[in-house]
Design a protein around this ligand. Structure first.
Ligand SMILES: [Zn+2]
Length: 317
């Protein structure tokens, strides 16, 4: 049961079960991705920390107010900034990720020179602005505008942004026994990022999926083959409620849609490579099927066609 709890500037909070909450990001406000709050009994666990400290601060405030308990754990589903740039708000909590996410986080997210970072982000926004003006595709235009708004929020907070790394590291599975609730962290590999973790609440049959499951977006793919295997395994699990990394709360049907999408991309690439169609011809001749026509993404389906084509280079020929 998904019950509305409260609305903030950054997200809408839904109650999924007693002591289990999904924070669904409002577009363009500085949250960017979804997060979760779980009451373990004596303390709280938070899943992902949004893309800005301000949004994360609001999440922590709401969670501690509603539950009357303190946050003890923060989970980072993967290293992407839109899920971890709020980490500094949970500096006093135990931040948990896989060893691979830790490594990528450290390599990719560390800010060495904040002035340079600000300049680069301004330049990126300037380029986005040009792209928005030039683009005629309506869906891509909306996606670019959203990207522009989200990145502007990150830019506003860059001067005081600190990347706080996870300190408790696991590989594939981690169980946390609270006094009232047990939760499980699962990493079945890397599909969307090099290492994707999801949070599973076995007694409640609820899962917070990070970006292994998203709704109606051409999300970046790291490894299409492993992505499919992960989703096949997730499908076998007993889940009634699924919180995607981006999009509204749903069920495992969201995962099945994504599996069809990935299988479709792989099938198209297989055909192209078996017929010696070059990447550029493959992309220019490609017609997006109606079921994916309104999916958002700054590059539409093109980036994923490229990723999957390059991933299978030499395999299907
Ligand atoms: Zn991501």
């Amino acid at each position: 049961m998904v019950n509305f709890m409260t609305e903030t500037e950054y997200f809408t909070l839904y109650r999924l079960a007693e002591g289990v909450y999904a924070a669904i990001a409002k577009p363009g406000q500085g949250a960017w991705s979804n997060a979760g709050v779980v009451d373990l009994g004596d303390e709280l666990l938070v899943f992902d920390s949004f893309s800005t400290p301000s949004a994360a601060k609001e999440l922590r405030k709401q969670a501690e107010m509603i539950c009357g308990k303190k946050v003890k754990y923060l989970i980072n589903s993967h290293y992407h900034g839109d899920h971890v740039f709020g980490n500094q708000v949970f500096e006093d909590a135990t931040i948990i990720s896989t060893s691979s996410t830790y490594k990528w986080f450290k390599e990719q997210n560390t800010i060495h020179d904040v002035e340079k970072e600000i300049d680069e982000t301004k330049q990126y926004l300037h380029n986005l602005r040009n792209q928005i003006e030039k683009t005629e595709d309506k869906i891509i235009k909306i996606s670019l505008l959203n990207q522009y708004e989200e990145m502007s929020k990150v830019l506003e907070e860059l001067p005081h942004l600190e990347t706080v790394l996870p300190s408790v590291i696991f590989e594939k599975h981690l169980v946390i026994h609270g006094s009232k609730r047990t939760v499980e962290l699962h990493c079945l590999g890397g599909g969307h990022s090099p290492s994707d973790t999801f949070l599973y609440l076995p007694a409640d049959k609820i899962a917070f999926m990070g970006d292994i499951i998203t709704e109606k977006i051409h999300l970046p793919i790291n490894n299409p083959k492993e992505f499919l295997t992960i989703l096949e395994n997730v499908k076998q699990m007993d889940m009634d409620t699924v919180v995607p990394g981006h999009g509204e709360v749903g069920t495992l049907a969201l995962g099945e849609t994504l599996m069809s999408y990935l299988s479709f991309l792989i099938k198209k690439v297989e055909y192209a490579q078996q017929n010696n169609i070059s990447l550029s011809d493959f992309i220019s001749e490609f017609v997006t099927p109606i079921e994916y026509a309104n999916w958002k993404g700054v590059n539409g389906i093109t980036r994923n066609l490229t990723t999957v084509y390059n991933f299978y280079a030499g395999v299907f020929e």
